[in-house]
Design a protein around this ligand. Structure first.
Ligand SMILES: Nc1ncnc2c1ncn2[C@@H]1O[C@H](COP(=O)(O)OP(=O)(O)OP(=O)(O)O)[C@@H](O)[C@H]1O
Ligand SMILES: O=P(O)(O)OC[C@H]1O[C@H](OP(=O)(O)OP(=O)(O)O)[C@H](O)[C@@H]1O
Length: 302
């Protein structure tokens, strides 16, 4: 592919592998962004929009978008802060996946059990800047100076092994389920930040003509996320119990209420959060609802 074929196309950066990759691919499918990625090729043209997808390491995406080489991207909120790109990119949408916390961890049975204990010792992390910032502030508060300040050492991966290998007294690493941390005999003593995947666009506005397409893609992705988060709940309810039932299912704007062919009964349809749908159904039945149905959404614009 030569650079001419990218002319005028919106460049959209997607993590090329790792934790965010699969979810990004299903987001693109849900937003009907069609592409065929040839083996090992990191740039590919979208078939049904003037877009080219650029597959990059998640950690490089904030800089590419921030400098305006790429117009849109998906990466972790943590990565943006680590690369100090928050002033150069706009976080357009939180994507609801890649959720985890960046935490300070120490050996469970070791002598250091607070961040104050750990200050001045050796800390290993892949998040050099965020660790330096966190412990820098702590060292300042504890009035540590010179050689007594915390030493931050960078490693590219398998951070959890650093304490057992004698490289560190504590680490700063991502925790989702906590399995990696527990398996390494560590536990968390502080949270540096909470993160999730985000859709970002450049603040550079090098190519203002792309703004309408960016808005369309953003709306489509927002629709896919909402469709995954919500279900439609439909039920029949005696008229005199309607107020109590609609307090349980107020909907995003308001519930839809329709007449049915039975005197004294109404039908209600409302969007509810998927994660709460089972308890909402229990409550509705308790409130007098019958024929309670839940429908998945394929896609939506809300
Ligand atoms: N265990 C996890 N659970 C949820 N999200 C995670 C987890 N680990 C990482 N992430 C998110 O995914 C982003 C990319 O992490 P990942 O380890 O997949 O990429 P990477 O480090 O660039 O890949 P690799 O180490 O394979 O080069 C992280 O910055 C974070 O936002
Ligand atoms: O709390 P958990 O669910 O166990 O997830 C946390 C682990 O996931 C990430 O690493 P990853 O597996 O991506 O590998 P890496 O060490 O190569 O970054 C992170 O660095 C932790 O090690």
């Amino acid at each position: 592919m030569n650079s001419d074929s990218l002319d005028g196309r919106l460049l959209f950066a997607i993590p090329k592998k790792g934790r965010l990759y699969d979810k990004c691919i299903s987001l693109l499918a849900g937003a009907d962004i069609q592409f065929r990625r040839s083996n090992r090729l990191d740039v590919c043209l979208v078939l049904n929009h003037p877009i080219a997808l650029v597959f990059l390491p998640a950690s490089d995406i904030p800089s590419f978008v921030g400098k305006g080489n790429v117009d849109l991207g998906i990466t972790g909120h943590d990565v943006i802060l680590e690369h100090q790109m928050q002033d150069y990119v706009t976080e357009v949408l939180r994507l609801g996946f890649g959720k985890c916390s960046l935490q300070v961890q120490v050996p469970e049975s070791g002598p250091l059990q607070t961040v104050e204990d750990l200050a001045g010792k050796r800390v290993v992390s892949s998040f050099r800047h965020l660790s330096q910032k966190y412990f820098g502030q702590l060292d300042d508060r504890l009035q540590l100076s010179g050689e007594t300040r915390t030493q931050i050492e960078y490693v590219g991966g398998s951070v959890e092994a650093a304490c057992a290998l004698g490289l560190a007294d504590g680490i700063v690493d991502l925790v989702e389920s906590g399995e990696t941390m527990r398996a390494a005999g560590l536990h968390a003593i502080a949270t540096v930040l909470e993160t999730e995947a985000v859709l970002i666009k450049s603040k550079s506005e090098k190519r203002p003509n792309l703004a309408p397409l960016i808005d369309i893609i953003t709306a489509r992705i927002a629709g896919v996320i909402a469709a995954d988060k919500y279900v439609v709940c439909q039920y029949n309810i005696p008229r005199d119990k309607l107020a109590a039932a609609t307090r349980i299912t107020p909907g995003r704007r308001a519930p839809t209420i329709s007449q049915i062919e039975e005197e004294g009964w109404l039908a209600v349809s409302s969007m509810v959060e998927k994660s709460k749908s089972a308890s909402i159904m229990d409550e509705l039945v308790k409130a007098g609802a019958e024929d309670v149905l839940i429908f998945n959404l394929n896609n939506c614009r809300v």
